[in-house]
Design a protein around this ligand. Structure first.
Ligand code: BES
Ligand code: ZN
Ligand code: ZN
Length: 496
């Protein structure tokens, strides 16, 4: 990702410069630029019939012999400009600049939106940096001219010092989001439970305590549900706990984030169709969001106690794979009739839930999982589903999602749905009797593993973990959905 710097001086009158404006109106820096170009900027906006929609871009090449290029991006309607609009404009600015050949560009922001909560320069910088993410490590023959040349943006403005201070949090977020996107993007022959656990263990250098459970420990703890999913794989399963003790009282009960880490989901014996199966490398995106959120808390030294627990497996068909009809015993002691080996995420998470509750006694838990295709049918790629036994927790998560742009939509739980997973031969079955309400059925399964009424929320991120096209602050690919949301959830509700 590119670097963001901040400078208190005005925009230079040469080279490539860029400007974020409100509506289609030039502000202080824009008028100065217009003057320095003998009106070329305002002429270009007029000629393009620039109306000032969010993300609308105007580009001028060599408007004078000193300027190489001037790029103008609107942050949208002045009265609607909030933090997210500024981030989006920053992302669009990066997209426009990355097509040029310049390595370093000076940026000014003339859109000091009224509904923004934070520093405008820092918001634009954050959006631009997030958009600049790339996963190129396996493209060994990529020509230099096909790679974006832009490496650094310098944000100019009187409040540069305040912007730099405000940006420190975003710098931590950008690092965490980049790590999460890398984990999700890695191919499944490279990222599998053991190698993934090693990558998480490396986060010890940030002051996180990382505990890796291997096969012997997983067996000893009797995590039969998680173990059964991995049974067809030549890889060994892992359960990894990541602790951050940042609260004044290090012994305060932590909040727990739990993640589904199915490094590849073939469906197992209930095998998926081969078309598009490669997408199931990102069936570990819930766990990667948990890892990224824990990394962010450590990088910014959040004043909170939190623990992330992820269950890492691979769901493969094999002579040793679990069969439809198998009955497994979960760590909680409850037995599960596995009627569809492709409904494996819940089997992984239920043991992670029991382990997390019994080991860390959390005051609440939030799990993230690419759990059901049904959530895509219900909500598409705009919202993730949230299902919870606690309305206050739900409202806090929805609010955190609104302010970070990671939107959640609540779906219900209820006894009628529970009846749908009753089994005649075991305590429950892992699928409902019909294809209806698939996301809710997945959630009520998990609800059966909540102990002592612990507040719990389940985020089904199957529709939001992967961006199928470029978004303002996220290029096509792994979105890291959940990292910003969990960080904000902590910052707004739990830091002392
Ligand atoms: N990993 C899938 C869910 C998924 C589907 C994620 C599409 C991302 C995109 C999950 O393990 C799964 O296969 N779920 C089944 C459950 C069904 C068998 C009850 C599904 O959604 O079809
Ligand atoms: Zn599956
Ligand atoms: Zn899955």
């Amino acid at each position: 990702m590119i670097k963001a710097g901040f400078s208190p001086s005005a925009l230079p009158n040469s080279g490539t410069v860029a400007l974020i404006i409100a509506d289609n109106k030039l502000g202080h820096a824009g008028l100065a630029l217009d003057k320095a170009t003998d009106g070329a900027v305002s002429r270009a906006l007029k000629a393009q019939k620039f109306v000032g929609k969010l993300g609308e871009t105007c580009s001028l090449y060599a408007p004078t012999d000193k300027f190489e290029r001037i790029v103008i991006v609107s942050a949208g309607k002045a009265d609607k400009i909030d933090d997210l609009a500024l981030q989006g404009a920053g992302g669009c600015l990066y997209a426009a600049l990355s097509k040029g050949k310049t390595k370093k560009v000076a940026v000014a922001v003339d859109a000091d939106g009224k509904s923004r909560k934070h520093n405008a320069l820092a918001e634009v910088a954050y959006g631009a940096v997030l958009r600049s993410y790339r996963f190129d490590k396996y493209r060994t023959r990529l020509k230099d001219e096909d790679k974006p040349q832009l490496a650094e943006l310098t944000f100019h403005g009187k409040d540069a010092a305040a912007a730099k201070a405000a940006y420190a949090h975003y710098d931590a977020m950008a690092q965490a989001i980049s790590f999460t996107r890398d984990l999700v993007s890695e191919p499944p022959n490279v990222l599998y439970p053991e190698s993934y656990a090693d990558q998480i263990a490396a986060l010890k250098k940030l002051g996180l305590k990382v505990t890796v459970l291997g096969e012997p420990e997983i067996k000893k703890l009797k995590m039969g549900a998680l173990y059964g999913v991995n049974q067809g794989s030549i890889r060994k399963p892992r359960v990894v706990a990541i602790e951050w003790h940042g609260a004044k009282n290090k012994k305060d009960a932590p909040i727990a984030f739990l993640g589904k880490g199915v490094c590849f989901d073939t469906g197992g014996i209930s095998i998926k169709p081969s078309g598009g199966m490669e997408e199931m490398k990102w069936d570990m995106a819930g766990s990667a969001a948990v890892v990224g959120a824990m990394m962010a808390l450590a990088l910014r030294k959040a004043k909170v106690n939190a623990v992330g627990v992820v269950g890492l497996v691979e769901n493969m068909p094999d002579g040793n794979a679990q069969r439809p009809g198998d009955i497994v015993t979960s760590m909680s002691g409850q037995t599960i009739e596995v009627l569809n080996t492709d409904a494996e995420g819940r089997l992984v998470l239920c043991d992670v839930m029991t382990y997390a509750q019994r080991t860390f006694k959390p005051k609440l838990m939030v799990d993230l999982a690419t759990l059901t295709g049904a959530v895509i049918v219900a909500l598409g790629h705009e919202h993730a589903g949230v299902l919870s036994n606690n309305q206050k927790l739900t409202d806090q998560l929805i609010a955190a999602g609104k302010s970070t742009g990671e939107k959640l939509w609540q779906l219900p739980l209820g006894d009628a749905y529970h009846r749908d997973i009753d089994s005649p031969v075991a305590d429950m079955k892992n699928i409902g009797s019909a294809r209806e309400a698939g996301t809710i059925v997945g959630a009520v399964f998990l609800e059966r593993f909540v102990e002592n009424g612990t507040p719990w929320a389940h985020l089904d991120i199957a529709g939001t973990a992967w961006a199928y096209k470029d978004q303002p602050t996220c290029p096509k690919g792994a979105s890291a959905f959940g990292v910003k949301l969990l960080d904000r959830f902590v910052a707004d509700n739990f830091e002392d």
